[in-house]
Design a protein around this ligand. Structure first.
Ligand code: NAP
Length: 341
């Protein structure tokens, strides 16, 4: 069994990882830390009542390094940046999987602008592997000690655009919108994320300045000539899901070829489905699937991606990465379809 500790055990990411572990033959969530809860997990997370006897603990992550195979930081940004370094120093075999943005960017100078902090351990950024299996992570993750799980918007944006950048088919700037549900903001309510504020509302936020933009650009730059990305996230009155629309300029006359590139790129990818027409959230929510659709214009390919932000956008990809780290088939524990209507 893969002995796993979840740091930030009461949050949405940890909650989903724990739920996925119940159907995973090798993934044992041995420890869940919390600063606010001390009792049974099933008391704090009622949908898990009766499925686990696990209890929360206030253990220090560094003290968990010796008797766990992997520590997963499911914490707000700033926590893993400060603590992962000490965990990795404490035991040379332990692996760290960081669900936050703390190890996604290679350039430490980007952290003050995008995450409002000086990175406390910039030397760790060079060794961290960006864990999007469908975009290079499959090859890089197995040998890594420190894996940066991708952001939810970034996952959808990269699945939409990476094949066309790889194929050298992008001509000019890519405009990209990404609509997200309220779970994207985590479990702790805030004024902008509180149900009465969101339930009947729809708006753009952090236009052209969202913190996932640099990781999208960084990943695309590793695949080809990175285009300028104009990225506008939007918040919708739904709980789960991300829906991206990417407007990708391609050479006139090569629109069909560009569409074929997308379809060919995802043939054989278990968790990416190319669908006719435009993909829907209800087909992916509750699963680790990302659905991709395309529409052709003149010198333009629109690429649409839907996924569940808590699964393919976080905990599902985290399980793919854990499977890769420990030599299991990447799909282990993830063969569950979406909820449907
Ligand atoms: N939500 C998404 O769709 C999504 C998708 C991809 C990535 N992410 C990223 O993944 C990370 C986790 O997201 P989430 O949605 O699970 O967040 P969340 O629901 O807000 O949970 C974070 C947990 O971390 C704990 N925590 C908070 N501050 C801490 C601190 N200073 N030290 C130790 N523990 C602390 C909290 O537990 P206690 O208060 O009980 O200690 C909390 O339950 C975030 O960095 C987020 O940006 C989120």
């Amino acid at each position: 069994m893969i002995r796993t500790a979840l740091i930030g055990g009461t949050g949405y990411g940890a909650m989903e990882l724990l739920r996925l572990s119940l159907a995973h033959p090798e993934l044992e969530i041995a420890t869940l830390t919390s600063r606010s809860e001390t009792g049974l997990v099933g008391d704090a997370l009622p949908h898990l009542r009766g499925f686990t006897e696990a209890r929360f603990t206030a253990a220090d992550p560094v003290a968990l390094a010796d008797d766990h195979d992997v520590l997963v930081f499911a914490t707000p940004h700033g926590v893993a940046a400060a603590q992962a370094h000490e965990v990795l120093r404490a035991n040379e075999k332990v692996r760290v999987l960081d669900l936050s943005g703390d190890h996604r960017l290679r350039d430490a100078a980007l952290y003050p602008e995008h995450y409002g902090m000086q990175h406390p351990q910039p030397s760790r950024l060079a060794e961290a592997v960006y864990g999007l299996p469908e975009c290079g992570g499959r090859e890089a993750v197995p040998g890594a000690r420190l894996v940066a799980n991708p952001g939810c918007h970034a996952t959808a944006a990269l699945l939409a655009t990476a094949p066309l950048v790889e194929a050298g088919l992008v001509r000019g700037r890519i405009a990209l919108t990404s609509t997200t549900g309220s779970t994207g903001s985590g479990r702790k309510p805030g004024v902008g994320t509180h149900h009465p504020e969101r339930a009947t509302n729809f708006k753009a936020y952090k236009p052209l300045a969202h913190q996932h933009l640099p990781e999208i650009t960084q990943c695309l730059a590793a695949l080809g000539d990175a285009p300028q990305i104009d990225f506008v996230p939007q918040s919708a009155p739904i709980a789960r899901g991300i829906a991206v629309t990417a407007f990708v300029p391609v050479p006139e006359g090569s629109e069909s070829r560009a569409a074929d590139v997308i379809r060919a790129r995802y043939e054989g990818e278990r968790f990416v489905r190319c669908v006719p027409g435009t993909p829907e959230l209800r087909a992916v929510v509750g699963s680790n699937m990302a659905d991709v659709g395309v529409a052709q214009g003149h010198g333009l390919l629109c690429v649409f991606v839907t996924l569940d932000n808590l699964l393919k956008g976080m905990a599902g990809t985290a399980v793919q990465n854990i499977n890769l780290l420990f030599g299991l088939p990447e799909t282990t524990g993830l063969e569950t379809p979406g909820l449907g209507p």
